[in-house]
Design a protein around this ligand. Structure first.
Ligand code: XMP
Ligand code: MG
Length: 183
């Protein structure tokens, strides 16, 4: 689905395609500077982070490898439950590795604080968190996030990997979903 065909189900665009690309380039430059000379494991959180991971990883100059986890805190609703389940674990051990968690969005922060603690407990040399979006008004726990792309209002958003019932992930911008779609 592209923007034109989804337009009638969106109330506003929060981050345009141009803003996404320029912010991703800035974030990649910060990662390159901090991790110069190091080998980094990018851990993407499925499925929301796929687009951000694809763009960020290609914008980096440092040497990276990639692994993925799938976590569940949501079901098909729009409110965080705080209950985290591992649906798919990492393929490889992370002991001694420099890990960067690549997340689509921080809402309550419950998913990320759990994930960061879990990967740290597995013996990673370091665990940094990079998230493309954050909803500061929705925070329930403090997550030590290193880099955030954009802070957005506390509304349900779709696009750039984010879905509602698996739809809208392919939109090339981040937009607010019209509540009439889910109410
Ligand atoms: P928490 O509350 O644990 O939630 O920080 C993080 C996860 O919840 C999903 N999420 C969203 N997905 N539009 C979405 O499509 C949203 O506005 C939204 N807010 C949270 C997302 O999977 C994220 O990783
Ligand atoms: Mg996610």
């Amino acid at each position: 689905m592209n923007f034109e065909s989804a337009k009638s189900q969106l109330t506003k665009v929060l981050v345009t395609e141009e803003q996404i690309q320029s912010r991703v380039a800035e974030m990649a430059a910060e990662i390159d500077a901090k991790y110069e000379g190091k080998e980094v494991l990018l851990v993407g959180v499925l499925k929301g982070a796929i687009m951000f991971m694809a763009d960020l990883s290609r914008a980096l100059n440092i040497s990276t490898s990639m692994d993925w986890m799938a976590l569940s805190s949501y079901g098909s609703g729009t409110v965080s439950s705080g209950v985290i389940r591992i649906l798919k674990d990492l393929d490889a051990e992370i002991h001694g590795k420099h890990v960067i968690i690549v997340e689509d969005i921080i809402d309550s922060g419950l998913t990320l604080s759990w994930l960061q603690a879990t990967l740290t407990a597995r013996g990673a040399a370091s665990v940094d968190v990079v998230a493309f979006l954050r909803k500061p008004a929705a925070a329930k726990v403090e997550v030590p996030v290193w880099l955030v792309g954009y802070d957005i209002p506390n509304e349900f958003v779709v696009g750039y990997g984010l879905d509602y019932n698996e739809r809208y992930r392919s939109l090339n911008c981040v937009a607010v979903l019209d509540p009439k779609v889910y109410s």
